[in-house]
Ligand binder design. Structure first.
Ligand SMILES: [Fe+2]
Length: 377
């Protein structure tokens, strides 16, 4: 475990039933006490469900524009379109209401709204975000990605076939409001996929080479909520107690990995998800038990300590419990059903060596990764 750490969190993080209604107060605060010109980025389903109308009625803020066209794995073109909308509408604050894709696209556009160059040079690493953009208040409607508290945004380059993060302290939201009531209407499959993303993020953060005295307790607390409560939230979406525990676990996992980074599951999940157009959380969940078994010799003590804290006997018992949860939530044991082909393997290996891969408890050779992909195909 490293001793050094740097913390980049939203200055206000609220958790709890009904906290979404603090959005008005927080938007006025980030606008210096004025009535802000607030631009909303939200998912289509959330808008159709009337969540936005309910919020507007309660917080007394009208919107200067609404964008509800963010696709999964938001492409660079979507962020550029959003930057243009933010500039055209003279917005001075952004409200992001949706899942990880919506929040990530909104964070990137809000951070870059003062620039006219588009997101590509920042995505390709030629430029760094060097100043604050528009303040953003994030309200997640899924319990999984942790995007409301992380200093990065995962984007896709459809032109060059790449999916990765841009990172900057200026991508941190001005406020995160995690209201479990917003997750109650999530369908079972989305509950499983987003929740398993959160669990993967918690476990990878716990085992990361960059885990710190701050991140590891957060990651452990996240696993303690997600592992027992995810099956309950999956089977009965109206179980508000389970929804609350899963939403809290997701937030804690986000706060943990925002500091520690992730691991090999996320390193591989981005190019595999991109190659197969597969949901991120599902891709992570297929990989998680396999990577944990490969990691075990390098992190037996850490995984054993986490297992004991959960009342399990040892590291192997924890890996078995995670594998059983994935089966329980309908996750297959490999990618054969999604047509992972041998022709995809080389590109996946070539594109998996991200920051996530570097903090995995052990390194993998290209040959080892190709063998793993062969087994999973
Ligand atoms: Fe993830």
């Amino acid at each position: 475990m490293v001793r050094d750490f740097a913390l980049f969190y939203p200055p206000a993080i609220h958790f709890g039933s009904g906290c979404r209604f603090l959005a008005g107060e927080l938007l006025r605060r980030v606008a210096g006490g004025q009535q802000p010109r607030t631009y909303v980025v939200c998912s289509r389903s959330v808008r159709a469900a009337g969540v936005l109308d309910e919020l507007a009625g309660r917080i007394g803020i009208s919107w200067c524009g609404i964008y509800d066209q963010v696709p999964h794995d938001p492409p660079l073109e979507c962020v550029d379109a959003l930057i243009e909308q933010l500039c055209l509408s003279s917005a001075d604050a952004v409200l992001a209401l949706g899942g990880g894709s919506v929040i990530d696209a909104a964070k990137a556009a809000a951070a870059l709204a003062p620039t006219a160059d588009g997101v590509r040079p920042f995505f390709e690493g030629q430029r760094l975000i060097s100043r604050p953009g528009l303040p953003l208040v994030a309200l997640p409607t899924t319990a999984g990605t942790g995007a409301e508290v992380t200093p990065n945004a995962v984007l896709s380059d459809r032109l060059k076939g790449a999916k990765r993060s841009i990172r900057s302290p200026f991508l941190v939201a001005a406020a995160a409001l995690v209201d479990p009531d917003l997750t109650v209407s999530m369908p079972a499959e989305l509950t499983a996929h987003s929740g398993l993303d959160a669990l993967t993020q918690a476990v990878e953060s716990y085992l990361s080479r960059q885990a710190s005295a701050v991140s590891r307790p957060l990651a452990g607390a996240a696993v303690a909520r997600l592992l027992p409560q995810l099956p309950r939230a999956y089977r009965d979406g109206q179980d508000l107690a389970a929804r609350t525990q899963v939403a809290e676990g997701s937030l804690l996992a986000g706060m943990a990995f925002a500091q520690s980074g992730l691991g090999a599951v996320h390193g591989l999940a981005h190019p595999i998800g991109h190659a197969l157009s597969l949901a991120h959380g599902l891709t992570c969940a297929v990989l998680l038990p396999h990577i944990l078994r490969l990691n075990l010799p390098a992190c037996r003590d850490e995984l054993g300590a986490l297992a004991t804290s959960l009342g399990l006997e040892d590291a192997e018992a924890l890996v078995d419990a995670i594998a059983a949860l994935c089966v329980d939530l309908g996750v297959p044991d490999g990618f054969a059903a999604y047509r992972l082909a041998e022709a995809d393997h080389a590109a996946i290996v070539a594109n998996c060596r991200s920051g996530s891969m570097k903090v995995n408890p052990r390194s993998f050779s290209d040959t080892e990764l190709l063998e793993l992909l062969q087994r999973l195909s």
